[in-house]
Every structure is written in structure tokens, then in C-alpha cells.
Design a protein around this ligand. Sequence first.
Ligand code: NAD
Length: 410
Amino acid sequence: MRGSQSTLAERLRFKLHRAELKATAMGLKLMPLRESRLHEGLDATHSLAREIGHYGVNKVLIVTTAGVVKRQQLDTLIAALAQNQVGFAIYSGITPDPSVSVVKEGLQAQQQHQCDAVVAFGGGSAIDASKAIVVAATNDKPVEKLVGIRKGRNKPLPLFCVPTTAGTGSEVTSVAVISDDVTHTKRFIIDSRTIAKGVALDPALSQSLPPSITAETGMDALTHAIEAYLSQLASPQTDALALEAIELIFTHLPEVYRNGGNLESRAAMARASLIAGKAFRKAMLGYVHAISHQLGACYGLPHGFANAILLPRIVAFSQDAVQDKLAQLAIETGLGEASLGRSDLAGLTLDRLERLNTELGIPDNVESLKEQDIPSIASAAYKEALSVHAGPKYMGRKDIQALLRGLLPQ
Ligand code: NAD
């Protein structure tokens, strides 16, 4: 493994992981995933409420944040639910990186109001908490015991999503990321039955995002697309989705950062985030996510912000293993002509990632990172990478430590 500092034991573990990925690939090929009904445009929430009505739901729990309520972003949904004879209750206690106790509070609201479906209205945090709530609602198990793959025996309640950020793609993925209350470690509840039945993408909802959150969440979507594209589990289908998302993000993310009111670009980003979600739910992710989850847990960094800082560095580390794909990405997204050499083209992709961070005001180091935390962060990232991810070039603990040292504040 060129350029890697991995030990013999780690190299054996990588071999085993490669074999595990082969089995995963077979499973993913056979597993049909739900295609959510998509409602797009300024009328999307209205048309989602109609779908909920047709579905025979009596009362939904709207899971959201205090900010959404304050900005009066629920008004259209609430009016449309009434028109379709669907009752509602609201749980607005969602906080970023929702914890187990936040999920439990939401579950209590669902039980108290006897809701038979959930509408997640917010960013990835509201959507992920809602996924955990719909599984917990039908399974007599503490939320902590639902961590893992399909731990609920019974079918979850139906979930509908109205994303207000354009980043996670959580509305179409099988994963809910929930934080431990004490350690802040991120845990995964994985169940393909939590993929939303219906999704409303209304570009007006993300207009209220400040530039910094627009940038961070957009870079999260780009990270999903790029990690899926470079994954060992990538296929022609996931490549097509990933490339479509990358092109949309390269074009529209700098615009929505500068001009948050541009509805056309907001719509394009919402679509890109969803498409990237579809790519990574099949191809999985890589070391950017494995490391960024630990930085998030340790220092409370926003997920997309940590991803953005790591993305160019991990792609650079993996460059020799995926040069042809990086070159193809440059051609497909118009960064360079096919007549250029593969290595020059791959370099153009890397340049674009670095320039994008600069354009979006994202730094190239982590202000809060401390040298003494690096070994434990690297160890946790190493473990996560080999449990749920499929990055193209393996990183040993020392490789991850070296990469993290490059992020220490100057
Ligand atoms: P978020 O939902 O945590 O929201 C970030 C901040 O933006 C919050 O303060 C929120 O209140 C605010 N906000 C949201 N929409 C707004 C709007 N329209 N206007 C103004 N402010 C708004 O951020 P996120 O990046 O969407 O989600 C991050 C979470 O999603 C993390 O916990 C991450 O681990 C998880 N995640 C899940 C998946 C998945 O597939 N399930 C994928 C990636 C990330």
C-alpha cells in the first residue's frame, strides 16, 4: 500500500474487511430500497400533506426545532394537513446531533398524542431523531437497544420528510445518527424501513439558512457524493447518481453561499443532497465520515464543517488508488478536457475541492484539535472505518494520526 504507514496486523484486518465488503456488495445488490414519493417546488409541502391524507393517517407528530416554529415554517404544512383531515401534534425539542434523550422525549410526545405517523421537518438532526422515533414507537425496546442493523422486529411507523437543509440526504437513507448523551459518540440505527414514504423538497425553506450552515451542509452533500463515487462498493448506478450530485453542487453551492435567496440554486442543492443520499445508501462512505464523526463527538464540530475540512486531504491521500476515477470526475464535471493526462485531470479535481473550501470560507485546520486527543480520535476513526465504511485506500492508525496532525491549528 503506497504511502501508507499501516502495520502488519492492520494489513491483515484490511484483507478481512475487503472480504466483508464483497459480501456486503452482494447483499446490497439483492436488497431493493424504497423509492420515496418526491414532491418538489414551492407547492411541495401541500402536495406531501395530500399524500399523507391519502395514506389514511389520523394524526401525525411533527418533529422539528424551535427555530422552524419561530420562523413560522410549519404554517403551510399545518393548513394543508387540516384540509386533508389529518390531525397533528408538534415536538419541537430537536437539537443538533440529537441525543438518545431527545429521541426519548419525541417518543413520549408520539405516545401521549397517539400519533400514527411522523413528519420530520428540519435538517438531518430532525430527520434522524424521527427515524429513531418511528422504530422505537412500534418496538418495545429502549432506544439504546435499537442501535445496530434492523434491531426492531416490528415495522416502524410511516415517516414523511420535509428537509430544511440541503446536506445529509437522510430523507432517503436507512441510517439514523444518534449521539450518546454522555460520551457524545455517534451511534447508528440502521433500518431500510425508515426511508421516508414521501419527501417534500421546497426550496423556499432553506432560504433562511445562514451562509455558514449553507456552506457546511452543502459540503456534507458533496462529501456523500464523492465518498460514494470513490467507494469500493461503487457501481455504474451509484456513479451516475454521485456525478449528477457533484456537478449540481459545483455549480450551485457557491451561488447559494453568496446569494441565499436564489430559489433555483436552492432547489438544485436540495435535489443534489437527495441524489447524493441515494448514491451513498448503496455505495457507502469512507474515511472522511469515519474521522469527522469522532471530531464532532470530541469537539462538537458541525458534521458538514468537519467533513469539508477533511475531504480534500482524504482524497489527496487516496489519489494513487483512484486516479482514473478522479480524472473521470474532472471530465464529467467540465473541470478539464479528456485530452489532458490522467494525473493532471485528477489534480484538477483536487484543486476544485480545495478552492471550493476557500470560496466557502472553510478553514484548512481544526482550531479546537489538541495533540493529546489525536491517538484516541484516530483509533475510534480506524474502528468505525472498518465497521461501516468502504473507503478506497485503507488508512492505518498512524496514517490517520498523521492526517490529523496536519489539521492542528498553526
Ligand atoms: P442540523 O439538522 O443539525 O441543522 C444545523 C443547524 O441549522 C441547526 O441549528 C438547525 O436548527 C439549523 N437549521 C436547519 N434548517 C434551517 C433553516 N432552514 N434555516 C435556518 N436554520 C436552520 O444539520 P444537518 O447538517 O442537516 O444534519 C446534521 C445531522 O445529520 C448530524 O447529526 C449528522 O450526523 C446527521 N447525518 C445523518 C445522515 C443520514 O444518512 N442519516 C447523513 C449525514 C449526516
